[in-house]
Design a binder for this molecule. Structure first.
Ligand SMILES: Nc1nc2c(c(=O)[nH]1)N[C@H]1C(S)=C(S)[C@@H](COP(=O)(O)OP(=O)(O)OC[C@H]3O[C@@H](n4cnc5c(=O)[nH]c(N)nc54)[C@H](O)[C@@H]3O)O[C@H]1N2
Ligand SMILES: Nc1nc2c(c(=O)[nH]1)N[C@H]1C(S)=C(S)[C@@H](COP(=O)(O)OP(=O)(O)OC[C@H]3O[C@@H](n4cnc5c(=O)[nH]c(N)nc54)[C@H](O)[C@@H]3O)O[C@H]1N2
Ligand code: SF4
Ligand SMILES: [Mo]
Length: 641
């Protein structure tokens, strides 16, 4: 029998695509993008197009595994969950719930994944994470400036005359924004990319500005100064912005030439950007998630917020400074209190160091779900040391990741094609449901089943009871049902979240304390120079993987891309070592004359066990605000072998 079924992709990706699967005799034979989904438009990205090889991979875990004397042995679910319940209860009773750390990352963005948080809150509350490795800096910046973070409707880009892709590689990280940008171009919009790294997105743009990494604050101040000097400031800016004079003072404290020197761009580039934001508006700024992952990342995003606000691009159609779409905004998760309830928290980017440092009580047990901290969080070796020295580590995943290898107990779970969940998106406003297109293999349980069966064993069975549909209704009811959206309507097809407006802040009122934009008044910290390690290691998303999950197996050393002048006579295609202050790895060098001379670009998500992991070289540091990860400020050098 041949049938087709629809679901939504739950990966940590801004696009939340509609997927259409063809199933023949119980086996998925094909997946493609849903033509009826307004964002997906019938295509999937490279990594998910190849997902069937992951779905049916020999490496997929189909039984709980217990590590004994360094080796994993399959055990039954009964044994596995009895053991987990006993150990967690013992540790809680002996040391208090703070001795247990529940770490959930974004392996699936399904809303029902929050139920793991809910369980641990009711079981403890236990120690949870704070900060955000991904967008902590940018989130804090936008919230501080505007009182909340949301984005213009993605189709409002069609009303823009200019679109500034500020630190954003749409082809790789949000491919379904590309058709919208193409449509905007067809309607006459002009695109500019501002990014230290050269990538495919430059081809979409009429102009490519390539500043020094981390120098966007300086570039933005040059632009601001030009806006002030030409009187291209919105005449009403003083009425809806706080600190306009102080911000002007900040922009005026250096000449345009000096600011541009700091950013290593020609002053003409700053004049060009100012013209687009001023007389040639409306201009939409799309802020990439990557840009804020720096020690001054929040300051950089705040500078872009300020440019948008003072130039009057805020609150108008075709304008705005869009960073994050509130993917959870439509759903009610308020019964889970999260950080507020937790006895203490671990800062996510400092996972390894904090786990080792915490005492009174020390962390004795760690429950990791939907994340691979060894590969994806900074300072892999510290993370390894931290996890290896705990008494009880459980990892819930479908594969034996770098992190799962350190677990005492590994619990196999469902993939995106077996998910039964609710989804929003952080790159547009469409929401919907994921439904299993096939049942999971024997021996695999969903995160919800795992949580419920654990709950049954520790007296929380009733608290966690309910089918996936029951839980979906609970998340949907408070905000969506009054607006006419029910589970049944979402099951019929993705719908636009009715809550966010198409144009944000159209009344120029902001949910800050003063109802005005909070303009920045001070320069953020600077990463400074480093003569010993001259290159910024930029460990960036690649189309070939979803973080540490690769579409096809990777072999050999990681490829590092540098400008030929930065290669120190190491030939294109040859092996060398890349060293940072804390580690070194063998890499294959690739020359690319389109890159800056101060960057070394390596794909993010390489596996530690294969010696491909950038995080082995990266120190655990946080952003200036919001406890994000300062991921792209580590300096490295290349050494001949
Ligand atoms: N194929 C693929 N897609 C993905 C992912 C993946 O692993 N693979 N990961 C997903 C995740 S987790 C997320 S959060 C999203 C977003 O994932 P990101 O990878 O953060 O994507 P971008 O928003 O494109 O931001 C990255 C861009 O920021 C630029 N950048 C870095 N530093 C600076 C700077 O100082 N100034 C400026 N102007 N630019 C800078 C980088 O050069 C890069 O081009 O994408 C998701 N999409
Ligand atoms: N050096 C460097 N480090 C980075 C970044 C960078 O740019 N450079 N990017 C950062 C960013 S933006 C992010 S968001 C983080 C991502 O960090 P992580 O969230 O840790 O990334 P993944 O490697 O995708 O790990 C997710 C795991 O969840 C599993 N999984 C998938 N679906 C499910 C499910 O339904 N249930 C469960 N239990 N597990 C599931 C997957 O198999 C995978 O092993 O990494 C950050 N780390
Ligand atoms: S990973 Fe992103 S682009 Fe790829 S199918 Fe999933 S939602 Fe779409
Ligand atoms: Mo992310």
């Amino acid at each position: 029998m041949i049938e087709t079924k629809k679901t939504l992709c739950n990966r940590d990706c801004p696009d939340a695509c509609g997927i259409v699967a063809t199933i023949e005799d119980g086996r998925i034979t094909k997946i493609r993008g849903d033509k009826e989904h307004p964002i997906t438009r019938g295509f999937l990205c490279y990594r998910t197009s190849l997902f069937l090889s992951t779905q049916y991979s020999q490496e997929r875990l189909t039984s709980p595994l217990l590590r004994h004397n360094g080796e994993f042995h399959p055990i039954s679910w009964e044994e596995a969950l009895d053991l987990a319940a006993d150990r967690l209860t013992m540790i809680r009773n002996e040391s208090g719930p703070a001795a247990i750390f529940h770490y959930r990352s974004g392996g699936s963005l399904g809303l029902l994944k929050h139920l793991s948080d809910y369980f641990f809150e009711r079981f403890g509350p236990v120690t949870t994470k704070r900060g955000d490795i991904c967008s902590g800096g940018g989130d804090a910046a936008q919230t501080l400036d505007f009182g909340e973070e949301e984005s213009h409707d993605i189709f409002d880009l069609l009303n823009a005359k200019n679109i500034l892709l500020w630190g954003k590689n749409v082809f790789t990280s949000s491919p379904h924004t590309v058709p919208v940008l193409m449509d905007a171009k067809a309607k006459g919009a002009k695109l500019v990319l501002i990014d230290p790294a050269h990538h495919k997105t430059a081809a979409l743009c009429e102009r490519f500005i390539q500043p020094r990494p981390g120098s966007d604050f300086a570039l933005a101040m040059a632009v601001a100064r030009i806006l002030f000097e030409n009187n291209w400031i919105d005449p009403q800016a003083g009425s809806y912005c706080d600190h306009l004079d102080a911000f002007r003072g900040l922009a005026m404290c250096h000449s345009v030439e000096n600011w541009c020197q700091g950013a290593d761009v020609a002053p003409e580039s700053a004049h060009d950007l100012a013209r687009r934001l001023g007389p040639e508006k409306p201009t939409a700024i799309l802020v990439g998630w990557g840009m804020g992952r720096r020690i001054n990342g929040a300051g950089m995003v705040r500078a872009l917020d300020a440019l948008c606000a003072i130039s009057g691009n805020i609150g108008i159609s075709g304008g705005g400074v869009s960073f994050y779409f509130k993917r959870r905004g439509a759903f009610d998760t308020s019964f889970i209190r999260g950080k507020e309830a937790a006895p203490r928290t671990v800062c996510e980017p400092l996972f390894g160091p904090e786990l080792l440092r915490l005492s009174d009580p020390p962390i004795r047990a760690v429950w990791v779900t939907a994340g691979n901290p060894v590969a994806m969080l900074p300072e892999s070796e510290t993370t390894i040391k931290a996890l290896s020295s705990r008494e009880f580590v459980v990892v819930v995943d479908s594969f034996l990741t770098d992190t799962a290898r350190l677990a005492h107990l590994v619990l196999p779970t469902t993939t995106l094609l077996e998910a039964d969940d609710l989804l929003g998106s952080y790159g547009h406003h469409w929401i919907g449901v994921a439904r299993p297109v096939v049942a999971p293999p024997a021996g695999v349980k969903s995160d919800l089943e795992i949580t419920q069966e654990l709950a049954d064993r520790v007296g929380l069975g009733e608290v966690m009871a309910g089918s996936p549909s029951d839980w979906k209704r609970r998340f949907i009811a408070p905000k969506l049902e009054p607006r006419g959206l029910t589970l049944e309507t979402l099951e019929a097809g993705a719908a636009r979240n009715p809550l966010p407006k198409k144009v944000l802040f159209a009344d120029r009122k902001f949910p800050t304390a003063t109802r005005r934009v909070n303009l920045m008044t001070e320069a953020p910290p600077s990463a400074g120079d480093n003569l010993e390690y001259p290159l910024f290691m930029m460990s960036l998303s690649t189309e070939k993987s979803q973080s540490s999950h690769w579409a096809t197996p990777q072999e050999g050393p990681a490829t590092v891309t540098v400008h030929p002048d930065a290669a120190r006579d190491i030939a294109d295609g040859s092996l060398c070592r890349m060293e940072s202050a804390i580690g070194s790895m063998m890499v294959r060098l690739r020359h690319d004359a389109r890159q800056r001379r101060d960057v070394a670009i390596i794909p993010k998500g390489g596996h530690y066990k294969d010696g491909r992991c950038a995080n082995a070289l990266l120190r655990a540091r946080t952003t200036d605000l919001g406890e994000g990860g300062a991921l792209y400020d580590e300096r490295v050098r290349l050494v001949r072998i």
